[in-house]
Write a protein that binds this ligand. Structure first.
Ligand code: C2E
Ligand code: CA
Ligand code: CA
Length: 410
């Protein structure tokens, strides 16, 4: 229990009685490094100093001046890397919505507790977290620095995985999306959510993209020589497009590997650090499209300017974000967004890919609604190239036996 005392916890609640109550509960659970604030501005001051920046914040949603949601936004600006527990008297639905908001900002949420706070519930959440936090070497907690990321790129520890994308109508395997992982010599396989933003914030994203792109196009070339004419998608942020040599790099790679440009799909996501000048990215994308590369708008519906991007950029493909796909068959709100995204994409003549297809129900919704392509764990997890042939064989037999669709695939 003694190591719990080194964990810094900040409680933010405008109600001073709640502050005392929560801090007493935490002390009982063995946590002693507790700070309390009754307003957001004071709390932010603590977060701005390394000595007082907490490992965990217990955050009240309802506060008179700066409310909890606004506070979360400031946490994002400060790149807060600690954890969060929401505390509120609001109903379940409201708390869930708030949880999703926090999640969308990529701040790790441990959970939420209702007021009046049940000490057992709080203990349960903290217990789940402690196993992780008490072992500082645990890869789950480790934060990677710019230097770590830089040497990962230099040492080519970044490995491309490929997630299959299939036709909903025929079951044919149409392509794959390149998803990078870090094969860390000590920590094992590290997912991109843990290092892409580090690369973005430290001017390393161009180097990362160059490596991923080179590996992916070389791999696509190999598949093509083997008669496997897969379309290979690569994730590119708007930030990558800020320098004009992006286009030369892609064009050269495709030529060197004897690939038709139609087989390369550039998936565009908005970078968090994108400047306001969008002229160069627009120019690069338009020219890539003129050269017959395919352009895809990724995570459709999640960004602020998704619709204006549709207006400004000649995309071939629209990817409906997984947050609107999985369980859309049973959730009216998700379903409305899914239907609207599908409709706008169809109307613009784009191919529609639904991401995050996790189960048979998700798959059936795609079939009923005429979505073009599906991607998700129901079909396959991201794979190493060596595992692709075995998966293909399995998938073809699933298509004809379990999914009962007549595949035209060879
Ligand atoms: P994304 O482009 O939206 O990629 C889809 C993510 O959803 C992948 O996570 C994939 O593994 C995951 N996924 C696939 N099927 C399912 C499913 O059925 N259910 C659920 N819950 N998730 C599923 P991953 O590989 O962790 O990548 C996360 C994000 O990291 C990607 O989101 C992409 O934005 C970024 N990323 C990955 N590779 C690169 C890269 O090479 N360059 C850049 N700039 N970003 C990358
Ligand atoms: Ca993507
Ligand atoms: Ca996506």
């Amino acid at each position: 229990m003694d190591s719990a005392s080194t964990i810094k916890i900040l409680i933010l609640d405008d109600d001073t009685f709640m502050l005392k109550l929560l801090s007493r509960m935490l002390v009982k659970l063995g946590y002693t490094a507790i700070a309390m604030c009754d307003n957001g501005s004071d709390a932010l001051k603590k977060i701005d100093h390394a000595d007082t920046c907490p490992d965990l914040i217990l955050l009240d949603l309802n506060m008179p001046n700066m409310d909890g949601i606004e506070f979360v936004r400031y946490l994002v600006d400060r790149q807060y890397h600690g954890k969060l527990i929401l505390v509120s008297g609001e109903d379940e639905r409201m708390l869930k919505t708030a949880e999703k908001l926090v999640h969308a900002h990529k701040i790790p949420m441990l959970g939420y507790v209702h007021k009046p706070v049940d000490p057992d519930k709080l203990a349960e959440i903290l217990l789940g977290w402690k196993a992780d936090v008490l072992n500082p070497l645990s890869p789950n907690r480790k934060i990677y620095s710019a230097n770590d990321t830089k040497s990962a790129i230099a040492n080519r520890e970044l490995v491309n995985y490929y997630q299959p994308k299939v036709s909903v109508e025929t079951g044919d395997v149409v392509g794959v999306e390149t998803l990078v992982r870090w094969h860390h010599p000590q920590d094992g396989v590290i997912m991109p959510d843990r290092f892409i933003h580090v690369a973005e914030e430290n001017n390393l994203i161009d180097d990362l993209t160059r490596l991923v792109l080179t590996q992916a196009i070389v791999q696509a070339g190999e598949w093509h020589r083997d008669g496997q004419t897969l379309r290979v998608s690569i994730n590119v942020t708007m930030e990558n497009l800020a320098s004009l040599n992006f286009q030369d790099m892609v064009v050269n790679l495709v030529n060197e590997n004897n690939l038709p440009p139609q087989k390369i799909v550039i998936e565009i996501t908005e970078s968090q650090v994108m400047g306001s000048d969008t002229r160069i990215p627009l120019e690069i994308l338009t020219r890539l499209r003129l050269k017959r590369f395919h352009l895809s708008i990724d995570d459709f519906g999640t960004g602020h300017s998704s619709l204006s991007q549709l207006r400004d950029i000649p995309f071939n493909e629209l990817k409906i974000d997984q947050g609107f796909v999985h369980r859309a068959w049973t959730d009216d709100t998700l379903r409305a967004i899914y239907d609207a995204s599908l409709a706008v994409g169809k109307q613009l003549g784009m191919d529609i890919v639904a991401e995050g297809v996790e189960d048979r129900d998700d798959w059936e919704l795609l079939r009923q609604t005429g979505c073009d392509m599906a991607q998700g764990n129901f079909i396959s997890r991201p794979l190493l190239p060596a595992d692709l042939p075995r998966w293909m064989a399995e998938w073809h037999s699933r298509v004809s036996t379990e999914l009962l669709i007549g595949s035209t695939a060879s």
